[in-house]
Design a protein around this ligand. Structure first.
Ligand SMILES: [Zn+2]
Length: 608
């Protein structure tokens, strides 16, 4: 059935025998243009798609784009959650108009990058995807189903036992195991789908803390994402984790330091914040002032959790009681900690609340979050060099925001259309629909901005926050926007179909890149191929994959690595680290392997 078995049989015996041994030689990657193309089986879609097929086809696509010709020491992946192409266009104009220009000619930081591609986001089971499956594809090179994180499509969502043996190995895990420093930064809960897909494995994205996991699935051995983050078993552990989601790390008996009415969400009694602080060179902070006081030179493991749930939207951040850092400030600190490692680092930064602004039907928040996301990219661009750092900027999926009508050049992007009602000459008058009512440039195909009355707000234009659970059909038709300030930060754009939350979109998203390997980001690409651009452009990650038997004779990772082997390699590595005292990749659990019950549980490895 699989035509590449011949290639497999040539590579596997040679590599299986030297799993995890530091001295084990791995094939150097041939970078000449004559390298043979990677064969990919032609299959029936979707029922013959497997994790292995996705991995190989992603590898073939990246190799065909010659991603291996340049090598990056550091890799930074930026994900604008829900940052559709319409979102980028509108945010660039809003940003440009705030700077006093007409807006259309403005460029967000990543729009200056030399490489770009269109990315297909569908999952193995959904035409329009979610963040769990899409981020798994970006991080592992394997497309999977909606709702599962770090698990391939063979598992059933929400069924702990079905995920066992189907964990996929992520770029962050490979980087950590190879001795790179690693970091995760987000504005959502650090256990939310996008960040969790860098370090975690569960067949249900909602299992962020143990209280959220049904007893039956806990009994089956599934461990929540908060614990997986703190117990991250590869290399020296995650070095930087900044975001929200604090109470998922606190026992139910504890109260939140910023909002004392809120209890922790852990039933197992574990204080994961205290456990983090046991790590070597560890620091834990929960407000902006504490983060600013961190000395990156002395910090090896930095955990910052700035809200009990998601962090505030950027436009509400100033009202936070204890003070919260911006995404750009978190990115700056993360890079300051990570760049101490002479071997390099892997960092993922998510602008996580672009998506939430859209779901709320509120373009202002989605665009404002996108502008802040671009500022974070700007920080990374300035703090790194294009000759040794690959920066990849993309989105996990689209949304239903539309940018339409014929507004005149420089018309306020959140405003009503002033221009023409067709393709005629622009005028300064409000454009009108066929019933004579004005309309705005931005609208949503669905969501809470529908004109009919909801169970929370009367008929007419809607305001954030809304949280509607039911709607009636509009009796008076469209709202008269002549009486509405559509540029107000809380205005909800009109939605054609009423839904409590606006949905994701299934259209392609964009990718932008600069640095070694970026030239491979071009054309129309499947989302899982982005992982392979990273793996083929970073020698540490690629070599680690080769050690796991994933590489072909040309040194290109073409076979999906098995998590079981990755973990074996880890344990072997631990023994190596013990022998070679003071070697650069000393794991945090060194010396407590036999005594620490946490580690014994990990070593037992029932599910993780
Ligand atoms: Zn979403």
């Amino acid at each position: 059935m699989y035509p590449n078995l011949r290639v497999l049989s040539r590579v596997l015996p040679a590599t299986l025998g030297c799993l995890g041994i530091a001295a084990c030689s791995t094939p150097a990657m041939r970078t000449n243009a004559s390298r043979a193309a990677i064969e990919v089986a032609s299959i029936q879609h979707p029922h013959e798609e497997t994790a292995q097929w996705w991995f190989r086809s992603g590898a073939a696509a990246a190799a065909a784009n010659a991603s291996s010709r340049a090598q990056a020491k550091n890799v930074i992946v930026f994900v604008g959650d829900g940052m559709s192409i319409a979102t980028i266009s509108a945010a660039r104009i809003l940003d440009g108009q705030r700077k006093g220009g007409s807006g259309e000619e403005n460029r967000l930081a990543f729009e200056t990058f030399p490489a770009g591609a269109l990315i297909r986001t569908y999952e193995t089971d959904q035409q329009t995807p979610d963040s769990a499956g899409t981020m798994t594809a970006i991080m592992s090179g394997i497309k999977t189903r909606a709702g599962v994180i770090g698990i391939d499509q063979a598992a059933t969502r929400g069924d702990c036992a079905s995920g066992r043996g189907h964990e996929v190995v992520t770029a962050l895990e490979l980087a950590a195991q190879a001795g790179l420093s690693t970091g995760v930064v987000t504005t959502t809960r650090i256990t939310h789908a996008t960040p969790a897909a860098t370090y975690g494995h569960l067949p249900e994205r909602d299992w962020e803390y143990d209280m959220a996991i049904p007893q039956r699935e806990r009994d089956a051995g599934c461990v929540d994402f908060a614990r997986q983050l703190v117990e991250f078993p590869f290399g020296g552990g995650i070095n930087v984790a900044l975001g929200g989601g604090r109470t998922g790390f606190m026992p139910a008996e504890q109260r939140d330091p910023e909002y004392p009415g809120l209890p922790g969400k852990r039933l197992d009694g574990r204080d994961l914040l205290a456990e983090w602080q046991q790590k070597d060179g560890a620091a834990y902070v929960w407000n902006a002032q504490q983060l600013a006081a961190i000395d990156p030179a002395r910090t090896r493991h930095l955990l910052g959790l700035f809200e009990p749930e998601h962090m505030n939207y950027e436009n509400e951040r100033a009202q936070d009681p204890a003070g919260e850092p911006s995404l750009a400030e978190m990115t700056r600190m993360a890079l300051s900690v990570l760049r101490k490692n002479p071997d390099g680092y892997f960092l993922m930064v998510e602008g996580g609340r672009i998506d939430h602004g859209h779901h709320a039907g509120n373009a202002y928040r989605a665009l404002n979050e996108t502008i802040e996301f671009a500022r974070a990219v700007q920080v990374a661009n300035e703090m790194t060099a294009a000759d040794d750092t690959l920066i990849l900027v993309t989105a996990d999926h689209s949304h239903t925001l539309t940018f339409a009508g014929y507004p005149a050049r420089g018309n306020p992007i959140l405003g009503k259309v002033r221009g023409s009602s067709g393709e005629g000459l622009p005028s300064g008058d409000l454009a009108r629909d066929a019933t004579g009512l004005p309309y705005a440039t931005l609208a949503y195909a669905n969501g809470p901005g529908y004109a009919g009355a909801s169970d929370r707000q009367p008929e007419g234009a809607k305001q954030y926050p809304h949280e509607a659970t039911a709607f009636s059909a509009a009796r008076k038709g469209r709202p008269n926007l002549a009486e509405v300030d559509t540029e107000h930060p809380d205005h909800e754009q009109e939605a054609t179909m009423p839904l409590g939350a606006e949905t994701h979109g299934g259209d392609d998203v964009a990718a932008f890149a600069r640095g070694p390997g970026s030239a491979a980001v071009r054309g129309s690409m499947e989302q899982n191929a982005l992982f392979h651009v990273i793996a083929q452009s970073n020698d540490a990650i690629r070599t680690q994959l080769c050690k796991l038997g994933a590489c072909n004779a040309d040194g290109v990772p073409v076979d999906a690595p098995e998590m079981g082997k990755a973990r074996q390699a880890r344990f072997k590595r631990r023994a190596d680290a013990r022998v070679k005292k003071g070697s650069r990749a000393e794991p945090w659990w060194r010396g407590k392997v036999d005594s620490d019950p946490t580690f014994s549980r990990l070593a037992g490895g029932s599910t993780r």
